[in-house]
Design a protein around this ligand. Structure first.
Ligand code: MG
Length: 281
């Protein structure tokens, strides 16, 4: 019998900002040693897989690059597997997104490059980006008016529009910054086209994460701290969910969930997570 399939959220579960959540990495290491498949799922749209491998290894969590299925990685896998006609992509996002898209063989034109050409050469977004087959958008810390214009031009001209995720905000340790959803909303309004969304609460990120170890998302136990993201995504794919109280969700908020929307279990810390996982098959 195979071990459990654990799809583990990162921020608010394994770490909180720059601090580890005590004991969680060790629980995951012991579950992996017993044969569970551990895959990490995060909506963060800015980083490359190798960044997480370094960080998780330092924390003592079981990890390899193929076990990191971030929203950018899932987006790249989705394009490779389900949109094989897409070759050239306009990306509105950070360097990690571009690298993930290039890793699966896509030709990537960053919106910053296209915007510069629009300004200097008097081109529209389609010409400046070289007529891309798809537009992929996430958090772009260098977002400008012309980058939005480039993306909207391409989408309006028929490029497939993909959102890494639609989180409205991106909380950092000091600030609440606009999330990918804010960037995508601008392109959506300007183009009149609603994108395909990869990240939580949509099911595609979970499906790609399960596929990364040759399994189905419906078998998974999602371990996450977000009601609107992790728990919602688990429900969408028919997976179980251990809702952690180590991040954004309070015990009161978890208790207030209607009976038909409750997680499989709630865990306040690593010890409770370990106990809960011990009861699941
Ligand atoms: Mg989280």
């Amino acid at each position: 019998m195979p071990g459990l399939l654990l799809l583990v959220d990162l921020d608010g579960v394994v770490y909180r900002g720059s601090d580890p959540v005590p004991g969680v990495a060790a629980v995951l290491a012991s579950r992996a040693a017993k044969g569970d498949d551990v895959v990490y799922v995060t909506n963060n749209s800015m980083h490359y897989r190798a960044d997480y491998v370094t960080r998780l290894t330092e924390l003592g969590a079981p990890v390899s690059a193929d076990r990191i299925v971030s929203a950018p990685r899932a987006t790249a896998l989705y394009l490779r597997e389900r949109e094989p006609a897409v070759r050239r992509v306009l990306s509105v996002g950070a360097g990690g997104l571009d690298r993930e898209l290039r890793d699966v063989g896509l030709e990537v034109v960053n919106a910053g490059f296209a915007a510069e050409r629009m300004a200097k050469e008097g081109l529209d977004g389609v010409g400046a980006a070289g007529r891309p087959d798809a537009v992929v958008a996430g958090v772009d810390p260098q977002l400008t008016y012309l980058r939005i214009a480039a993306a909207a031009d391409c989408v309006r001209a028929g490029a497939t529009f993909i959102a890494t995720n639609r989180d409205p905000v991106y909380p950092t340790e000091r600030w609440i910054r606009p999330g990918a959803g804010s960037v995508i909303a601008a392109i959506e309004v300007a183009s009149g086209v609603t994108p395909v969304t990869i990240g939580k609460p949509e099911p595609l990120l979970m499906e790609e994460a399960a596929l990364a170890v040759g399994r189905r998302a419906g078998e998974a136990i999602v371990i996450g701290d977000g009601i609107q993201t992790d728990l919602a995504a688990a429900r969408r794919v028919g997976a179980r969910c251990v809702l952690m109280l180590t991040g954004v969700t309070t015990r009161e908020a978890a208790a207030a969930l209607p009976p038909d929307a409750r997680p499989t279990a709630i865990a306040a810390d690593a010890a409770e997570l370990e106990r809960v996982l011990g009861t699941l098959r």
